[in-house]
Design a protein around this ligand. Sequence first.
Ligand SMILES: Nc1ncnc2c1ncn2[C@@H]1O[C@H](COP(=O)(O)OP(=O)(O)OP(=O)(O)O)[C@@H](O)[C@H]1O
Length: 245
Amino acid sequence: MSTPPAGADTPAVEARGLEKRYGALAAVRGIDVVLARGEFLAVFGPNGAGKSTLLRMLCGAVVPSRGTVRIAGEEIGGGEDGWRRRIGLLSHQTFLYPGLSAAENLDFYARLYGLADRRARVDEALRGVELWDRRADAARTFSRGMQQRLALARTLLHDPEVVFLDEPYTGLDPHASGLLTGVLERLRDGRRTIVLVTHNLSQGLEQANRVAVQVGGRWVSDEPASAIDPATWERVYTERVAAAR
Ligand SMILES: Nc1ncnc2c1ncn2[C@@H]1O[C@H](COP(=O)(O)OP(=O)(O)OP(=O)(O)O)[C@@H](O)[C@H]1O
C-alpha cells in the first residue's frame, strides 16, 4: 500500500493561522508554516515557547484552536487520513509497547502501515539503530536511550515523507547521538521534509537549511540557515529572545 505522490508544487507542510489555547493560556498564537519538499526546518525557542505544541499540531497529535494544517495538500482532520502515512513523529512519548520486544514493536507498526516485506523492513530498521542484538528483549527492559533509538526506528519504518523530531537527542549518549546525526544526514535527501525542535543552537543550525525562532507562541524570525553566521548565532538568538519577551 502506498500513498499517491503529491504535485511537485504542493507544499509538504502548509499550516495557516495556527493557534492553540489551553484555557487562558495561549501556547501558540498565530503561526504560518509553509515547507517545500526537501526543506529542513529547525525551530528554536526558550522553554514554554510553544514549540512542542506547534509540532504536535503540525502532525495531527493536537487539534488547533484555530487554523489548518495540510500535509502534501491534504487537510488534517478533513476526513481522509492518507496524510498519516506521509508523516513520522519522534517525540518525548515513544509510542512503544513496553511488553513487546523490539522486533514485535516494529512489526506491529509495520502491520499498521500495511508494509510489504515486513520482516526485512523490521530487521533493517533494528540494524539501523544498532538494536539487532536486543531485538528479542522487551522494550520495557531498555534504557531510555535505547528506547529513544527504537522510537527512532519506529518513526522511520514506513519511510515517511515528512519527519517531525521533538528534541530527538534527549537521553542519547555520544555514540547514539552520532548515530542519530548520521540518520538525519541520510534523511536530507532532497525529497524528505524535516522539522526539528531542539535547544542545541549550533547543531540545529548546522543540520537545517531553514531556521525559525519561537517566543511566547509566535515566530520572531524565520530565515534560511545560510543567512545566519554560526560564529554569532548564539548571541543573536539570545538577543532575539530577550527582545521578544
Ligand atoms: N496539554 C496541555 N495542557 C495545558 N497546558 C499545556 C499543555 N501542553 C502544553 N501546555 C502549555 O503550553 C505552553 C507551551 O508548551 P510547549 O511544551 O509547547 O513548549 P516548548 O516550547 O516545547 O517548551 P520546552 O522547550 O520546555 O519543551 C506551556 O506553558 C505549557 O505549560
